[in-house]
Design a binder for this molecule. Sequence first.
Ligand code: SAH
Length: 250
Amino acid sequence: MFLSNIRIVLVRPTHPGNVGATARAMKNMSLNHLYLVAPEDFPSTDATDRAVGADDVLENAVICASLDEALKDCHLVIGTSARQRRIEWPSLDPESSAHRLVDGAQLGPVALLFGQERTGLLNAELDRCHFVATIPADRNYSSLNLACAVQILAYEIHRAGLSGSSATLVDSVEGDRPASDEDMQRFYRHLEEALQQIGFLDPANPRRLMRRLMRLFNRVVLDRNEMNILRGILTAVQQHREKFDKNDQE
Ligand code: SAH
């Protein structure tokens, strides 16, 4: 079992009661790694009261200032959202999400993200996700309480863990380790810079194109070797462009 590689990440939670109830929901389902990104009110007695016996999960919670910090070494990130988006992220139901996470956890840390009670996950936060999981619910009232949403996904992860999920992901990645979120963010910055240099990306409006490209790369689990090849291509394009610019000035 690789459940210890699965981290539950609450992004900017506002109510400490929800943080406590999340810890309890996790511990019931054998999940222990809670990450809190910029929590509004933590530690708090409200959180401890609601954790009822899962205080250890709260005590060991990792507090991060930014999402970068929480996802740094993760090679698979699944976000959760009740809402349909304009540019859709590839979406999964809770059961398939759980299987992906359990499979992915065999290779290293993976993350399941939950949004803030009021706003949910922002688009920039969803850009970090390979998939978005939605719990099917009433069409006109689909937003669950944060800790209730955690409970449903945690239950599915527990079930997927017990059913001994397939090792498809392990088989598909030959040799090299999958690229981490930190590697991918570095790659996206490089890609954005190179696309601007060759005049393909409008610096005044970079988000739309970058979002589409991120979705494209998120669909493929790149390993580190493949990512290095792509970065090598970008560097070669940049050097070619610099030479071209220099010749042009002479
Ligand atoms: N007003 C927000 C709701 C946030 S609810 C919005 O419209 O997005 C807080 C968090 O609980 C969400 O960010 C998500 O992580 C989780 N959540 C709530 N309902 C969900 C659902 N039906 N499916 C998946 N996640 C859900």
